[in-house]
Design a protein around this ligand. Structure first.
Ligand code: SF4
Ligand code: SF4
Length: 189
């Protein structure tokens, strides 16, 4: 019988404590918001999705080398002198490397920002975008390349022709350095 009244008392007292806490929170400032109708203002240095400024990007691949999870995949193509399509960088200097491919796989990115720190041209930065959920993982592979596929093929063909001529003219020279940096999973695939 004593235990019966103890249980009743315990139930009533715990309810009173809970209601007391609830009542106090009716009068304190709310810290939650009605997302997605309301949104927090993100801090200026928030590590949101990355954005590329391809006019600034020189194709140096420093970002890909710095990435600890190999989610940046860059292919560069040397700019040939006979190519009627020439381009100036934002610095006013001539572009030396085309970006035949510049992919970032945001399914792998851990938002460490090391690529941003490594970039000497301020070309890669975190954007204001943090809502980019998708249903398919492959949709998180972002392609930043600005050249069309036809342009890439044309530039690759020009370079291949140049390399073939170089080989004929200077057969004893050491092989030319590779022009493409394939960074991602080719090592592991
Ligand atoms: S933020 Fe980190 S993980 Fe993401 S692309 Fe840059 S270096 Fe790689
Ligand atoms: S480090 Fe900067 S300039 Fe170099 S390839 Fe990456 S984004 Fe482009």
């Amino acid at each position: 019988m004593v235990q019966y009244f103890k249980n009743i008392w315990s139930g009533l007292s715990s309810t009173a404590i809970g209601m007391n806490i609830t009542a106090k929170h009716l009068f304190v400032k709310k810290v939650t918001i009605q997302y997605p109708d309301q949104k927090f203002t993100m801090p200026p240095k928030a590590r949101n999705r990355l954005a590329l400024d391809m006019v600034k990007c020189t194709g140096c691949t420093a970002c890909a080398k710095a990435c600890p999870v190999n989610c940046i995949d860059i292919e560069t193509i040397r700019v040939m002198a006979d190519d009627p399509h020439q381009e100036l960088l934002h610095t006013g200097k001539e572009r030396k490397l085309w970006l035949g491919r510049f992919d970032i796989d945001f399914a792998k990115c851990c938002y460490c920002s090391l690529c941003v720190v490594a970039c000497p041209s301020d070309a890669i930065n975190h954007s204001a975008e943090y809502e980019y959920s998708v249903y398919k993982r492959e949709d998180l592979l972002y392609k930043f390349q600005t050249l069309t596929d036809e342009q890439v093929k044309d530039k690759q063909a020009r370079l291949a022709e140049f390399m073939a001529i170089e080989k004929v003219c200077h057969p004893d020279d050491a092989p030319a350095k590779p022009v493409a940096k394939k960074n991602i999973d080719e090592k592991t695939e």
